[in-house]
Design a protein around this ligand. Structure first.
Ligand SMILES: O=P(O)(O)OC[C@H]1O[C@](O)(COP(=O)(O)O)[C@@H](O)[C@@H]1O
Ligand SMILES: [Mg+2]
Ligand SMILES: [Mg+2]
Length: 358
Protein backbone atom coordinates (compact mmCIF):
# COMPACT_ATOMS: atom_id res chain seq x y z
CA UNK A 1 0.00 0.00 0.00
CA UNK A 2 2.80 2.42 0.87
CA UNK A 3 4.26 2.21 -2.62
CA UNK A 4 0.89 2.59 -4.36
CA UNK A 5 -0.39 5.65 -2.57
CA UNK A 6 1.06 9.07 -2.04
CA UNK A 7 1.33 10.30 1.54
CA UNK A 8 0.36 13.85 2.54
CA UNK A 9 4.06 14.63 3.01
CA UNK A 10 4.92 13.33 -0.47
CA UNK A 11 2.00 15.26 -1.98
CA UNK A 12 3.15 18.50 -0.38
CA UNK A 13 6.80 18.10 -1.30
CA UNK A 14 6.15 16.96 -4.89
CA UNK A 15 2.90 18.47 -6.19
CA UNK A 16 3.03 21.71 -4.21
CA UNK A 17 6.31 22.71 -5.84
CA UNK A 18 4.43 23.33 -9.07
CA UNK A 19 2.41 26.10 -7.45
CA UNK A 20 4.16 29.45 -7.62
CA UNK A 21 2.92 30.41 -4.15
CA UNK A 22 4.25 27.21 -2.57
CA UNK A 23 6.19 27.75 0.61
CA UNK A 24 8.00 25.22 2.74
CA UNK A 25 6.75 26.99 5.84
CA UNK A 26 3.12 26.51 4.83
CA UNK A 27 3.82 22.85 3.92
CA UNK A 28 5.37 22.23 7.32
CA UNK A 29 2.49 23.95 9.09
CA UNK A 30 -0.03 21.79 7.20
CA UNK A 31 1.86 18.73 8.43
CA UNK A 32 1.70 20.03 12.02
CA UNK A 33 -2.04 20.63 11.62
CA UNK A 34 -2.39 17.09 10.24
CA UNK A 35 -0.56 15.79 13.31
CA UNK A 36 -2.99 17.64 15.59
CA UNK A 37 -5.90 16.14 13.63
CA UNK A 38 -4.47 12.63 14.07
CA UNK A 39 -4.25 13.17 17.82
CA UNK A 40 -7.82 14.53 17.97
CA UNK A 41 -9.07 11.65 15.80
CA UNK A 42 -7.64 9.18 18.32
CA UNK A 43 -9.30 10.93 21.26
CA UNK A 44 -12.64 11.17 19.44
CA UNK A 45 -12.49 7.47 18.54
CA UNK A 46 -11.76 6.42 22.12
CA UNK A 47 -15.01 8.10 23.25
CA UNK A 48 -16.34 7.13 26.65
CA UNK A 49 -13.43 4.69 27.18
CA UNK A 50 -11.13 7.60 28.01
CA UNK A 51 -13.72 9.83 29.63
CA UNK A 52 -13.74 12.53 26.94
CA UNK A 53 -17.53 12.64 26.46
CA UNK A 54 -19.66 15.27 28.18
CA UNK A 55 -19.69 18.93 29.10
CA UNK A 56 -16.54 20.65 30.32
CA UNK A 57 -18.57 22.86 32.68
CA UNK A 58 -17.37 26.14 31.13
CA UNK A 59 -18.73 28.59 28.54
CA UNK A 60 -16.64 29.88 25.62
CA UNK A 61 -16.45 33.39 24.15
CA UNK A 62 -19.44 32.52 21.92
CA UNK A 63 -21.59 31.99 25.00
CA UNK A 64 -21.77 28.26 24.15
CA UNK A 65 -21.28 25.45 26.64
CA UNK A 66 -17.91 23.82 25.99
CA UNK A 67 -17.70 20.06 25.66
CA UNK A 68 -14.69 18.25 27.11
CA UNK A 69 -13.61 17.45 23.55
CA UNK A 70 -13.82 21.15 22.52
CA UNK A 71 -11.32 21.97 25.26
CA UNK A 72 -9.11 18.97 24.57
CA UNK A 73 -9.04 19.52 20.78
CA UNK A 74 -8.19 23.19 21.31
CA UNK A 75 -5.34 22.22 23.62
CA UNK A 76 -4.02 19.70 21.07
CA UNK A 77 -4.12 22.30 18.26
CA UNK A 78 -2.31 24.92 20.34
CA UNK A 79 0.36 22.58 21.77
CA UNK A 80 1.09 20.93 18.40
CA UNK A 81 1.50 24.20 16.53
CA UNK A 82 3.12 26.58 19.00
CA UNK A 83 6.68 25.25 19.08
CA UNK A 84 7.61 24.63 15.41
CA UNK A 85 8.68 28.19 14.55
CA UNK A 86 6.04 28.40 11.80
CA UNK A 87 3.26 30.34 13.48
CA UNK A 88 3.16 33.98 14.59
CA UNK A 89 -0.15 33.58 16.44
CA UNK A 90 -3.38 31.63 16.50
CA UNK A 91 -7.10 32.27 16.76
CA UNK A 92 -9.51 29.58 17.90
CA UNK A 93 -13.25 29.34 18.39
CA UNK A 94 -12.49 28.40 21.98
CA UNK A 95 -10.20 31.36 22.81
CA UNK A 96 -11.41 34.91 23.30
CA UNK A 97 -8.20 36.66 22.20
CA UNK A 98 -5.38 35.69 19.79
CA UNK A 99 -2.97 33.13 21.22
CA UNK A 100 0.54 34.54 21.53
CA UNK A 101 3.49 32.23 20.89
CA UNK A 102 5.37 31.92 24.21
CA UNK A 103 8.66 33.87 24.25
CA UNK A 104 10.76 30.69 24.56
CA UNK A 105 9.42 29.37 21.22
CA UNK A 106 10.54 30.77 17.83
CA UNK A 107 7.93 32.82 15.98
CA UNK A 108 7.03 32.09 12.35
CA UNK A 109 5.30 33.99 9.56
CA UNK A 110 1.93 32.26 9.41
CA UNK A 111 -1.34 32.85 11.23
CA UNK A 112 -3.33 29.74 12.10
CA UNK A 113 -7.08 30.09 12.61
CA UNK A 114 -9.19 27.10 13.62
CA UNK A 115 -12.37 25.55 14.91
CA UNK A 116 -10.78 22.69 16.88
CA UNK A 117 -13.96 20.63 17.19
CA UNK A 118 -16.82 21.35 14.81
CA UNK A 119 -20.26 19.83 15.37
CA UNK A 120 -19.95 19.64 19.14
CA UNK A 121 -23.64 18.78 19.57
CA UNK A 122 -22.89 15.48 17.81
CA UNK A 123 -20.20 14.24 20.21
CA UNK A 124 -22.57 12.65 22.71
CA UNK A 125 -24.59 10.92 19.98
CA UNK A 126 -21.54 9.48 18.18
CA UNK A 127 -22.11 11.27 14.87
CA UNK A 128 -19.30 12.73 12.71
CA UNK A 129 -17.44 15.79 13.99
CA UNK A 130 -14.34 17.52 12.64
CA UNK A 131 -11.71 20.25 12.84
CA UNK A 132 -11.55 23.24 10.44
CA UNK A 133 -8.46 25.36 9.78
CA UNK A 134 -7.28 28.33 7.76
CA UNK A 135 -3.72 29.61 7.20
CA UNK A 136 -2.93 33.26 6.48
CA UNK A 137 0.32 35.18 6.11
CA UNK A 138 1.15 37.21 9.21
CA UNK A 139 1.59 40.93 8.56
CA UNK A 140 4.89 42.20 9.95
CA UNK A 141 3.92 43.92 13.20
CA UNK A 142 5.27 44.08 16.75
CA UNK A 143 6.38 41.18 18.93
CA UNK A 144 2.78 40.17 19.65
CA UNK A 145 0.06 39.42 17.11
CA UNK A 146 -2.94 41.73 17.21
CA UNK A 147 -6.61 41.21 16.43
CA UNK A 148 -6.23 43.37 13.30
CA UNK A 149 -3.62 40.94 11.89
CA UNK A 150 -6.30 38.26 11.61
CA UNK A 151 -8.99 40.46 10.04
CA UNK A 152 -8.08 39.50 6.48
CA UNK A 153 -10.66 38.58 3.82
CA UNK A 154 -10.84 34.90 2.88
CA UNK A 155 -9.23 35.62 -0.49
CA UNK A 156 -5.96 36.01 1.47
CA UNK A 157 -5.95 32.41 2.73
CA UNK A 158 -2.88 30.44 1.61
CA UNK A 159 -4.30 27.10 2.76
CA UNK A 160 -7.53 25.83 4.25
CA UNK A 161 -9.22 22.58 5.03
CA UNK A 162 -10.80 20.28 7.53
CA UNK A 163 -10.46 16.85 9.04
CA UNK A 164 -13.63 14.82 9.43
CA UNK A 165 -13.74 12.23 12.19
CA UNK A 166 -16.31 9.80 10.79
CA UNK A 167 -16.23 6.08 10.03
CA UNK A 168 -12.80 6.97 8.63
CA UNK A 169 -10.75 10.11 9.32
CA UNK A 170 -10.24 12.19 6.18
CA UNK A 171 -8.21 15.38 5.77
CA UNK A 172 -9.50 17.61 2.97
CA UNK A 173 -7.12 20.31 1.86
CA UNK A 174 -6.62 23.17 -0.55
CA UNK A 175 -3.52 25.26 -1.04
CA UNK A 176 -5.20 27.17 -3.85
CA UNK A 177 -4.68 24.55 -6.59
CA UNK A 178 -7.70 22.29 -6.29
CA UNK A 179 -9.07 20.19 -3.46
CA UNK A 180 -7.60 16.88 -2.39
CA UNK A 181 -8.57 14.32 0.26
CA UNK A 182 -6.27 12.17 2.36
CA UNK A 183 -7.56 9.23 4.37
CA UNK A 184 -5.87 8.31 7.65
CA UNK A 185 -4.51 4.81 7.85
CA UNK A 186 -4.92 4.35 11.62
CA UNK A 187 -2.39 1.50 11.77
CA UNK A 188 0.39 3.41 10.01
CA UNK A 189 -0.68 6.79 11.45
CA UNK A 190 -0.29 8.32 7.98
CA UNK A 191 -2.63 10.28 5.68
CA UNK A 192 -2.76 8.87 2.12
CA UNK A 193 -4.09 10.68 -0.95
CA UNK A 194 -7.44 9.07 -1.77
CA UNK A 195 -9.21 11.70 -3.91
CA UNK A 196 -7.57 14.25 -6.17
CA UNK A 197 -9.05 17.34 -7.82
CA UNK A 198 -12.45 17.00 -6.18
CA UNK A 199 -15.24 18.76 -8.07
CA UNK A 200 -18.69 19.75 -6.78
CA UNK A 201 -21.35 18.79 -9.37
CA UNK A 202 -22.94 21.94 -10.83
CA UNK A 203 -26.52 20.68 -10.40
CA UNK A 204 -28.15 19.00 -7.43
CA UNK A 205 -31.51 18.00 -5.98
CA UNK A 206 -30.36 17.89 -2.34
CA UNK A 207 -30.38 20.70 0.20
CA UNK A 208 -29.27 21.03 3.82
CA UNK A 209 -30.83 23.53 6.20
CA UNK A 210 -32.13 23.62 9.78
CA UNK A 211 -35.81 24.17 8.97
CA UNK A 212 -36.69 24.83 12.62
CA UNK A 213 -35.38 28.35 11.95
CA UNK A 214 -37.79 29.00 9.07
CA UNK A 215 -39.70 31.81 10.75
CA UNK A 216 -36.45 33.74 11.26
CA UNK A 217 -35.27 33.51 7.64
CA UNK A 218 -35.28 36.27 5.07
CA UNK A 219 -37.95 36.01 2.33
CA UNK A 220 -35.41 34.89 -0.27
CA UNK A 221 -34.47 31.83 1.77
CA UNK A 222 -38.08 31.02 2.66
CA UNK A 223 -38.96 31.22 -1.01
CA UNK A 224 -36.07 28.96 -2.06
CA UNK A 225 -36.75 26.26 0.54
CA UNK A 226 -40.50 26.37 0.03
CA UNK A 227 -39.97 25.77 -3.67
CA UNK A 228 -37.67 22.81 -2.94
CA UNK A 229 -40.29 21.34 -0.60
CA UNK A 230 -43.02 21.79 -3.20
CA UNK A 231 -41.03 19.49 -5.51
CA UNK A 232 -42.82 18.41 -8.65
CA UNK A 233 -45.94 20.28 -7.57
CA UNK A 234 -44.13 23.63 -7.42
CA UNK A 235 -42.22 25.92 -9.77
CA UNK A 236 -39.04 23.79 -9.68
CA UNK A 237 -40.90 20.83 -11.22
CA UNK A 238 -38.61 18.31 -9.51
CA UNK A 239 -38.41 16.64 -6.12
CA UNK A 240 -35.61 17.46 -3.67
CA UNK A 241 -34.02 15.43 -0.90
CA UNK A 242 -32.95 16.97 2.43
CA UNK A 243 -30.13 16.25 4.90
CA UNK A 244 -29.12 18.00 8.14
CA UNK A 245 -26.27 16.45 10.14
CA UNK A 246 -25.61 19.59 12.25
CA UNK A 247 -21.86 19.21 11.64
CA UNK A 248 -20.60 21.72 9.08
CA UNK A 249 -17.69 19.41 8.22
CA UNK A 250 -20.04 16.49 7.52
CA UNK A 251 -22.32 18.62 5.31
CA UNK A 252 -19.28 19.95 3.44
CA UNK A 253 -17.89 16.46 2.97
CA UNK A 254 -21.17 15.24 1.56
CA UNK A 255 -21.38 18.19 -0.84
CA UNK A 256 -17.78 17.62 -1.96
CA UNK A 257 -18.70 13.97 -2.54
CA UNK A 258 -22.04 14.10 -4.35
CA UNK A 259 -23.07 17.77 -4.59
CA UNK A 260 -25.80 19.62 -2.78
CA UNK A 261 -26.45 23.02 -1.28
CA UNK A 262 -26.00 24.08 2.36
CA UNK A 263 -27.72 27.03 4.00
CA UNK A 264 -27.14 28.50 7.44
CA UNK A 265 -28.39 31.88 6.31
CA UNK A 266 -28.46 35.20 8.04
CA UNK A 267 -31.61 35.26 10.14
CA UNK A 268 -33.39 37.30 12.78
CA UNK A 269 -33.12 34.75 15.61
CA UNK A 270 -30.44 36.77 17.37
CA UNK A 271 -30.62 40.29 15.98
CA UNK A 272 -27.13 41.04 17.32
CA UNK A 273 -25.61 38.38 15.05
CA UNK A 274 -25.50 38.13 11.26
CA UNK A 275 -25.73 34.36 11.26
CA UNK A 276 -24.77 31.22 13.15
CA UNK A 277 -21.41 30.26 11.69
CA UNK A 278 -18.14 32.08 12.25
CA UNK A 279 -16.47 33.88 9.35
CA UNK A 280 -12.77 33.38 10.06
CA UNK A 281 -12.59 29.71 11.02
CA UNK A 282 -15.76 28.19 9.58
CA UNK A 283 -17.11 30.13 6.57
CA UNK A 284 -13.78 31.22 5.03
CA UNK A 285 -11.95 27.87 4.89
CA UNK A 286 -15.11 26.07 3.74
CA UNK A 287 -15.71 28.74 1.06
CA UNK A 288 -12.08 28.40 -0.07
CA UNK A 289 -12.48 24.62 -0.48
CA UNK A 290 -15.85 24.88 -2.22
CA UNK A 291 -14.64 27.50 -4.72
CA UNK A 292 -11.51 25.48 -5.42
CA UNK A 293 -13.81 22.53 -6.16
CA UNK A 294 -15.83 24.60 -8.66
CA UNK A 295 -18.77 25.41 -6.37
CA UNK A 296 -19.85 28.76 -4.92
CA UNK A 297 -20.10 30.22 -1.38
CA UNK A 298 -22.09 33.39 -0.61
CA UNK A 299 -23.57 35.18 2.37
CA UNK A 300 -26.77 35.62 0.37
CA UNK A 301 -25.73 38.86 -1.24
CA UNK A 302 -21.94 38.66 -1.55
CA UNK A 303 -19.08 36.25 -2.03
CA UNK A 304 -17.98 34.94 1.38
CA UNK A 305 -14.28 35.20 0.51
CA UNK A 306 -14.61 38.94 -0.16
CA UNK A 307 -16.20 39.86 3.17
CA UNK A 308 -13.94 42.25 5.12
CA UNK A 309 -13.89 40.87 8.67
CA UNK A 310 -14.49 43.31 11.51
CA UNK A 311 -14.28 40.97 14.54
CA UNK A 312 -12.42 37.76 15.41
CA UNK A 313 -15.54 35.77 16.23
CA UNK A 314 -17.81 37.47 13.71
CA UNK A 315 -20.76 35.37 12.55
CA UNK A 316 -22.08 35.39 9.00
CA UNK A 317 -24.75 33.88 6.76
CA UNK A 318 -23.27 30.95 4.84
CA UNK A 319 -24.75 29.40 1.70
CA UNK A 320 -22.58 27.13 -0.43
CA UNK A 321 -22.45 24.18 -2.75
CA UNK A 322 -23.51 23.32 -6.29
CA UNK A 323 -23.21 26.35 -8.51
CA UNK A 324 -26.69 26.30 -10.08
CA UNK A 325 -28.51 26.33 -6.74
CA UNK A 326 -26.26 28.99 -5.17
CA UNK A 327 -26.79 31.17 -8.26
CA UNK A 328 -30.55 30.81 -7.82
CA UNK A 329 -30.45 31.67 -4.09
CA UNK A 330 -28.31 34.73 -4.87
CA UNK A 331 -30.84 35.77 -7.51
CA UNK A 332 -33.72 35.44 -5.01
CA UNK A 333 -31.84 37.66 -2.56
CA UNK A 334 -31.29 40.25 -5.30
CA UNK A 335 -34.96 40.09 -6.33
CA UNK A 336 -36.13 40.57 -2.75
CA UNK A 337 -34.71 44.06 -3.01
CA UNK A 338 -31.65 43.50 -0.88
CA UNK A 339 -33.63 44.40 2.23
CA UNK A 340 -32.84 41.87 4.97
CA UNK A 341 -35.48 43.49 7.21
CA UNK A 342 -38.33 41.93 5.23
CA UNK A 343 -38.39 38.85 7.44
CA UNK A 344 -41.67 37.00 7.31
CA UNK A 345 -43.14 39.18 4.58
CA UNK A 346 -46.21 37.16 3.48
CA UNK A 347 -45.75 38.29 -0.12
CA UNK A 348 -42.71 36.01 -0.30
CA UNK A 349 -44.20 32.99 1.45
CA UNK A 350 -45.01 29.69 -0.20
CA UNK A 351 -48.53 30.92 -0.98
CA UNK A 352 -47.23 34.41 -1.73
CA UNK A 353 -47.27 36.40 -4.92
CA UNK A 354 -43.63 36.00 -5.82
CA UNK A 355 -43.14 32.45 -7.02
CA UNK A 356 -40.20 31.47 -9.14
CA UNK A 357 -40.41 30.19 -12.63
CA UNK A 358 -38.39 27.03 -13.18
O1 LIG B 1 -27.60 23.10 15.95
P1 LIG B 1 -27.77 23.94 14.72
O2 LIG B 1 -28.39 25.29 14.99
O3 LIG B 1 -28.47 23.20 13.61
O4 LIG B 1 -26.31 24.30 14.21
C1 LIG B 1 -25.48 23.37 13.59
C2 LIG B 1 -24.23 24.06 13.19
O5 LIG B 1 -23.51 24.42 14.35
C3 LIG B 1 -22.20 23.92 14.31
O6 LIG B 1 -22.13 22.75 15.08
C4 LIG B 1 -21.31 25.01 14.87
O7 LIG B 1 -20.00 24.60 15.07
P2 LIG B 1 -19.41 24.27 16.55
O8 LIG B 1 -19.89 22.91 16.94
O9 LIG B 1 -17.94 24.34 16.25
O10 LIG B 1 -19.87 25.36 17.48
C5 LIG B 1 -21.95 23.56 12.84
O11 LIG B 1 -21.05 22.51 12.66
C6 LIG B 1 -23.33 23.18 12.36
O12 LIG B 1 -23.50 23.46 10.98
MG1 LIG C 1 -17.93 24.80 14.13
MG1 LIG D 1 -16.25 24.13 17.42
Amino acid sequence: MLTERQTLTQFLTEDRRRHPGASEEVDSLILDVALACKAISKRVASGALTGVIGAAGATNVQGEQQQKLDVLANEIFVRTNEWGGLVAGMVSEELEAPYQIPAHHPRGNCLLVFDPLDGSSNIDVNVSVGSIFSILAAPVTGPDVEVADFLQPGTQQVAGGYAIYGPSTVLVLTVGIGVHAFTLDPELGEFFLTRQDIKVPEATAEFAVNTSNRRFWEPAVQRYIDECLAGTTGPRQKDFNMRWVASLVAETHRILTRGGVFLYPRDSKDPAQEGRLRLLYEANPIAFLIEQAGGRAITGRERVLEVEPTRLHQRIGLIFGSREEVDRIEQYHAESGGDPEQHGNPLYGFRGLYRATA
